[in-house]
Design a protein around this ligand. Structure first.
Ligand code: CTP
Ligand code: MG
Length: 227
């Protein structure tokens, strides 16, 4: 997976990669941390670019690293790099503004889900192409979930059969994502949550264990083992 990929599909993918990686501990922006010698963002973009549906990739990089990130990704695929914002939502908005008008399907994919297989990108893109305005990949919740009060005492056990853990890429008809970002007031960690608030039906597709989000040092160790 080292050759340059010329992306040519009908789907634009936004890759928010401007976070600081605080929970990963000291060491700079998370998307630029190394996993087996390559930055997480390089792993993520390689896999996105390998999905045949993808025709445009816009990365939101830390504001002081835009040129560096552009040079890092140039050998991998045709990528537009913009400066991200103070929140994930601001970074996604900045990337969305850089998508050419021709793209009617837009996916949003965290750089932190660096090992997401191209097949998941295809599954989400196909579901949007098939007529869903908003699509998210989900996995069943395996742990028992309890709701607790502020002192940590259990209030109730939640029925997990109706719960799902949500991943990225999340896919949208472009107009849905644009409206969601225009309407959003409070900060959302998830784009589909904003679409939900607009009353858009959010469709689910099966997620992938490999699309795990690298958040804490343990996750980075798991990702190393998976590679
Ligand atoms: N992100 C972004 N701009 C921000 C904050 C986050 O583009 N201002 C991106 C991250 O780079 C990441 C994705 O959003 O790819 C999911 O965010 P998260 O996993 O929380 O990453 P960080 O914000 O970097 O981590 P932390 O919250 O531990 O600082
Ligand atoms: Mg964060």
């Amino acid at each position: 997976m080292t050759a340059h990929l010329n992306v040519r599909g009908d789907v634009a993918v936004l890759v928010p990669a401007a976070g600081m990686g605080i929970r990963l501990g000291p060491g700079g922006p998370k998307a630029l941390r190394l996993l087996r010698g390559d930055p997480l963002l390089v792993h993520a973009v390689r896999r996105v670019a390998a999905a045949p549906s993808v025709g445009c990739i816009v990365v939101a990089a830390p504001a002081d690293s835009v040129d560096f990130v552009a040079s890092l990704l140039a050998p991998i695929a045709d990528v537009t790099v913009v400066a991200g914002g103070a929140t994930r939502q601001a970074s996604v908005s900045a990337a969305l503004a850089a998508v050419p008008a021709a793209f009617d399907i837009v996916l949003v994919h965290d750089a932190a889900r660096a090992l997401t297989p191209p097949e998941l990108v295809e599954t989400v893109a196909s579901a949007v192409r098939g007529g869903h305005g908003a699509v998210i990949p989900v996995l069943p919740v395996v742990d028992t979930i309890k709701q607790v009060d502020i002192s940590g005492v259990v209030l109730t056990t939640v029925d997990r059969s109706a719960l799902r853990a949500v991943q990225t890429p999340q896919g949208f008809r472009r107009d849905v994502l644009v409206k969601a970002h225009e309407a959003a007031i409070d900060d959302h960690t998830d784009d589909a949550g904003m679409a939900e608030k607009l009353g858009v039906e959010v469709h689910t597709v099966p997620g992938s264990e490999a699309a795990l989000k690298i958040t804490r040092p343990f996750d980075l160790a798991v990702a190393e083992l998976l590679l």
